[in-house]
Design a protein around this ligand. Structure first.
Ligand SMILES: NC(=O)c1ccc[n+]([C@@H]2O[C@H](COP(=O)([O-])OP(=O)(O)OC[C@H]3O[C@@H](n4cnc5c(N)ncnc54)[C@H](OP(=O)(O)O)[C@@H]3O)[C@@H](O)[C@H]2O)c1
Length: 333
């Protein structure tokens, strides 16, 4: 009688084919091989995971070539290690030493689900250094929202923008409806800065005021006062306005370009007013730990649009691809 080898599997949401025009056609919610154990890596039982636009991009083949399929999707999660420690997962897989002490600058860095299986699964494996303790004050759902959009906003506001550490700065946040933008509003407000936002949509402007913005303007409208920093994720549609809204010596921090990546650079304004133009992507493990500590201390919490079981992941992907979210989409295990 032959010996049968059982391949252990986990429930997961995975990309099984690439389709640039119909990304959900390549989504499979079902059994996938459990993540392989590696030296220096830890397997975490996922309690909650959250979706990002990155997951839809992956299904379109952006950053995920067909040769790597099937690939479990997902960058964000919180869960429990084998010894019972409650953790939040840092999604940047990189070597800090290769990036001068910052893993986001490692030329070989990747995000979970690009080279290694992602978080939308019952189990996920990450390097041991990518575990950040989860405080009891955060629910599983809240903790799962932090590793991508919230970490990106944290690095922009606290590390890159050059705002005063003890508050009192003025910051403009473009595209108030976006996930990074809403996180930035809540973080900048809680840090004691005056927040101005723009949005094309009246309901989103109203919500930004409810989140603590001082003024909510139509896209392109004059700001009440020149700002120290702009949080820019919209790109071409707001870039000129971002530069015009800065005080001399101010800083625009850019982590995305939803409306297009190639606006006129306006170099004269940049050199004459000595503006700083900074790119930003994700954040470090230490910044994720600092973000978690900030939320624990201040009571700021992520906005959650919808929570459903992992088995219903397709419905969450459909909701994300239809747009108009207010907060994160969370899947529970
Ligand atoms: N670098 C990183 O580490 C990182 C991490 C996360 C996300 N990102 C990137 O950051 C960007 C923001 O992502 P997100 O998920 O927060 O939000 P998002 O859904 O991409 O939307 C951002 C905002 O852009 C505004 N917008 C879109 N098209 C516009 C147009 N034609 N004119 C004016 N405004 C427009 C909208 O604001 P209103 O509707 O309020 O006007 C929207 O809420 C994306 O490009 C994403 O890929 C980068």
């Amino acid at each position: 009688m032959g010996v049968s080898h059982r391949v252990l599997s986990v429930l997961a949401a995975a990309a099984v084919s690439i389709n640039p025009d119909d990304p959900l056609a390549g989504l499979a919610v079902g059994e996938q091989p459990e993540p392989a154990a590696r030296d220096g890596w830890t397997t975490v039982s996922v309690r909650a995971a959250a979706l990002n636009h990155h997951d839809l991009f992956s299904l379109r083949g952006v950053g995920l070539p067909a040769g790597r399929l099937p690939m479990i999707l997902g960058c964000d999660a919180a869960g429990v290690t084998a010894d019972g420690t409650e953790v939040i997962l840092h999604a940047v897989i990189g070597d800090p030493a290769a990036g001068g002490g910052d893993e986001t600058l490692d030329p070989k860095r990747s995000l979970l689900s690009e080279l290694h299986p992602g978080t939308l699964a019952e189990q996920v494996a990450v390097p041991a250094r990518n575990l950040v303790p989860k405080p009891a004050s955060l629910s599983w759902e809240e903790a799962a929202c932090l590793p991508t959009a919230w970490l990106t906003a944290y690095r922009m506001v606290f590390t890159k923008a050059g705002l005063p550490a003890d508050g009192g700065g003025k910051v403009l946040i473009q595209g108030a409806g976006g996930g990074v933008a809403t996180a930035a509003i809540l973080l900048a407000k809680a840090a004691g800065h005056t927040v101005f936002v723009t949005s094309r949509d009246e309901a989103k402007r109203k919500r930004a005021l409810d989140l603590g913005a001082e003024a909510a303007l139509e896209t392109g409208a004059r700001v009440p006062a020149r700002v120290d920093a702009v949080i820019e994720t919209v790109g071409a549609a707001t870039w000129g306005h971002s530069l015009k809204s800065l005080r001399p010596g101010g800083t625009v921090v850019c982590s995305g370009a939803t409306s297009g990546p190639n606006p006129p650079a306006d170099l004269t304004r940049i050199f004459f007013l000595q503006l700083n133009v900074l790119g930003s992507t994700m954040g470090t493990r230490d910044e994720l730990a600092a973000l978690v500590a900030f939320l624990d201390r201040t009571g700021v919490r992520p906005l959650i649009d919808d929570v459903r079981p992992l088995a219903d992941a397709r419905a969450s992907f459909e909701r994300m691809s239809q747009g108009e979210l207010y907060g994160k989409l969370v899947l529970t295990v």
